[in-house]
Design a protein around this ligand. Structure first.
Ligand code: GDP
Ligand code: MG
Length: 176
């Protein structure tokens, strides 16, 4: 008998305007979300093939993650994997990830090996860049979390982000 497709819940977190929705929509629809609507919070479903296996991802694109709400706690509790998103053009948004990461760890009550990927967005905006690759690498290494520099506009490294996270989720939750 064939086994039902594995399914994982992904939560996309980060400050407003960093490109969480554009990243999600690029992955789900392969299109670029030009228009900025900070209040949209939506769940998407998309399959991904990892190591020859098709896996279903339920992706929650959150809004207003600056303040952690009761709703965010519910999402994080049920989430298997987390994308910590900041903009390479806005240094403060990288510092915001520290607090967001602490919240995830707190809500997950010290569970080991949580699947997490750090995502730097808007790599195409070279002239507006505020975060160097070196600074990003240093922070990500100190946290022990993989990181990617991406562009939803140009479709750079978007697949790689979701591949990495899904591999981590498969390893961490093999029975999902
Ligand atoms: P969110 O609040 O984190 O969901 O941010 P959005 O995804 O809505 O993006 C905010 C703005 O940044 C929108 O106008 C997007 O079109 C723009 N944006 C997002 N990602 C990129 C990118 O990779 N490159 C460029 N040039 N703009 C982007
Ligand atoms: Mg959004």
């Amino acid at each position: 008998a064939s086994k039902a497709m594995r399914e994982y819940e992904v939560v996309v977190l980060g400050a407003g305007g960093v490109g969480k929705s554009a990243l999600t929509v690029r992955f789900v629809n392969d299109s670029f979300l030009e228009h900025y609507n900070p209040t949209i919070e939506e769940q998407y479903r998309r399959e991904i093939a990892v190591d020859g296996e098709h896996i279903a991802l339920e992706i929650l694109d959150t809004a207003g993650a600056e303040q952690f709400t009761a709703l965010n706690e519910v999402y994080i509790t049920s989430g298997h994997g987390f994308l910590l998103v900041f903009s390479l053009t806005h240094e403060a948004s990288l510092h915001d990830l520290d607090n967001i990461r602490q919240q995830v760890l707190h809500i997950k009550q010290g569970e080991p090996d949580l699947p997490i990927v750090i995502v730097g967005t808007k790599m195409d905006l070279y002239n507006e860049r505020e975060v160097t690759s070196g600074a990003l690498q240093e922070l990500a290494t100190s946290w022990g979390i993989p990181f990617y520099e991406t562009s939803a506009k140009r479709n750079w490294n978007i697949q790689e982000v979701f591949q990495d996270l899904t591999k981590q989720m498969k390893a961490r939750y093999p029975d999902a």
